[in-house]
Design a protein around this ligand. Structure first.
Ligand SMILES: [Zn+2]
Length: 247
């Protein structure tokens, strides 16, 4: 079962690469079928085997020998491994399905934000609709908490954006979606962790001279990393934290 989940993660990871490539260019993610970016040769089923194809052809196009970015197999592997971890914590459940879809969306959001400094509205809207549909069942008896989470995430980041000019519209909407998904306690967690990650990683980038204080560093990846931390380790971290204050 774990192997099947990993395989599903790889296959969906391959589709995420298509999304990352096509959504910022304003192209359809369903048609035309995938082709080599260099020679335009249409890729068949075997050419699109995640990871395996990359290794077998040493990262090159089978037809024109153009090199493919290492990003393709890395995204596939990342998505596969995160599906396995999520499956490990949530089992075969509707929660697993919801979180797997959200994690894949966050991968696409993060990479596109890193490349283009924007989070496409379609991706936030997609995550929002999935959360509404599955949440209608999963959040039963807890709707108000999730609604407050939505308000908190959206309004807090709207205020930060207005006051500091450091946050984009995409970040505000993403925090609204995650607030709806995680509820009030969860979105507080994501807020704190996103700023901790943001501060730590920005500091490391500046120390390593990969960025200067004036550089714009997109915030979407930090929000995504914080959300991932909450999905995988949120309960463990919060339990540990409360034991610490109460002891
Ligand atoms: Zn080619």
């Amino acid at each position: 079962m774990t192997f099947f989940v990993f395989l599903l993660g790889l296959l969906i990871g391959s589709f995420l690469n298509v999304c990352i490539y096509r959504i910022p260019a304003g192209q359809s993610i369903v048609s035309p079928p995938s082709s080599c970016g260099a020679c335009g040769h249409q890729l068949n089923f075997w050419d699109m085997m995640p990871v395996v194809n990359y290794i077998m052809n040493q990262g090159k196009c089978r037809y024109c020998k153009a090199s493919y970015s290492i990003q393709y197999p890395l995204i596939e592997l990342l998505n596969g491994m995160l599906y396995v971890l999520t499956f490990y914590y949530y089992g075969l459940s509707l929660n697993f399905v919801l979180y797997a879809i959200i994690i894949s969306s966050l991968i696409v959001i993060s990479v596109i934000d890193l490349k283009t400094q924007t989070i496409p509205d379609e991706l936030n809207l997609f995550a929002f609709i999935i959360t509404i549909i599955l949440g209608a069942y999963l959040f039963k008896g807890n709707y108000l908490n999730h609604f407050y989470g939505f308000l908190f995430g959206f309004v807090l980041f709207l205020l930060i954006a207005v006051l500091t000019n450091a946050m984009g519209g995409g970040d505000i909407k993403l925090m609204g979606v995650l607030g709806l998904l995680f509820g009030l306690q969860g979105i507080l967690f994501v807020t704190v962790f996103s700023f901790v990650y943001g501060a730590l990683i920005s500091l490391l980038l500046i120390l390593a001279k990969k960025a200067s204080r004036k550089d714009y560093i997109p915030f979407g990846p930090f929000i995504s990393l914080a959300a991932l931390t909450y999905i995988l380790f949120g309960n463990a971290i919060l339990t540990f934290y409360f034991q610490l204050i109460l002891s």
